[in-house]
Design a protein around this ligand. Structure first.
Ligand SMILES: [Zn+2]
Length: 276
């Protein structure tokens, strides 16, 4: 941890970006605080990391959901809760055929309020299976953003099933910029997180094909760390600083949009409900 802090401090010191960019607030749209992370790091410590990173908000989901509720109680000004269809680590591939998942989701939705449902892993024709269909129906009923780790086919099928859906596409589908552009042109209610990717901002520079993509769709992208293992929690501060470094290579208004404004707009309904 100490080493991570030193690396982070060094990165900040090396950053030649203007002071304003260095202080850019960040909405981290891809945080997990699952049962194993809770066991290693108490909620107070986790909340301290979010604050140290200068996060304005964080979309948080957890296998088991308990971690999300604990972190929400600790940092209600930052955390937007999202409901994952996983009770424990390892349900990423099995949930689509596990009917007991539906009961888990319904139970949590009775007890708590959420801004989104996900992140869930869903590919191809599996969207048509009964359990994913039920998840989509619950999202519709509760007006939840769908946070989908999916391929293009699954995104297309989700919109066919629920045309008014608002989908946050995890990792931008790990697609190339031209594929992402095609999907964004096709679906006006599709937003993209850039979690667990680095090719759009290595060494503080935004390559031409990504710059063109951000310019064509200035209001559809957001950043995210993806703390898919407990160890990645120690990367949240470094990731925020790394994001500020490459965002400084964009015009300030576009940088602000990707850093936090786009996510804030996508989840404006959460604020309207008076929960923030
Ligand atoms: Zn994730």
């Amino acid at each position: 941890m100490r080493q991570m802090i030193l690396v982070s401090a060094a990165m900040t010191a090396l950053c030649s970006c203007p002071l304003q960019a260095a202080e850019l607030p960040i909405f981290d749209a891809h945080v997990h605080y699952s049962h194993d992370a809770v066991a290693q790091m108490p909620p107070k410590e986790a909340a301290a990391i979010l604050r140290k990173a200068g996060l304005k908000r964080a979309l948080v989901s957890s296998s088991g959901d308990e971690g999300t509720q604990l972190l929400l109680a600790e940092a209600p000004e930052i955390v937007l809760p999202s409901l994952r269809p996983y009770r424990t680590r390892g349900e990423i591939g099995s949930w689509v055929r596990d009917e007991t998942v539906v009961g888990f989701l319904e139970d949590r939705l009775r007890r708590h309020r959420y801004a989104a449902i996900g992140e869930f892993h869903l590919f191809g024709a599996d969207v048509e299976l009964p359990v994913p269909r039920r998840l989509v129906a619950l999202a519709q009923q509760h007006k939840l953003v769908l946070h989908a780790h999916s391929d293009d086919e699954a995104i297309n099928r989700l919109f066919a099933q629920y045309p008014q859906a608002r989908i946050l596409w995890a990792h931008s589908g790990f697609d190339r910029p031209e594929q992402i552009a095609a999907m964004l042109r096709k679906h006006k209610n599709l937003w993209c997180d850039l979690a667990y990717r680095s090719e759009h901002g290595g060494a503080g520079k935004v390559p031409a094909e990504w710059r063109a993509l951000f310019n064509e769709f200035p209001d559809r992208f957001m950043v995210g760390t993806d703390t898919f293992t407990p160890e990645r929690w120690h990367y949240i501060v470094e990731h925020a600083n790394w994001s500020r470094a490459w965002l400084a290579d964009l015009p300030p208004a576009l940088a602000e949009a990707i850093a936090w404004r786009n996510a804030n707009a996508l989840f404006a309904h959460w604020k309207a409900l008076g929960s923030l």
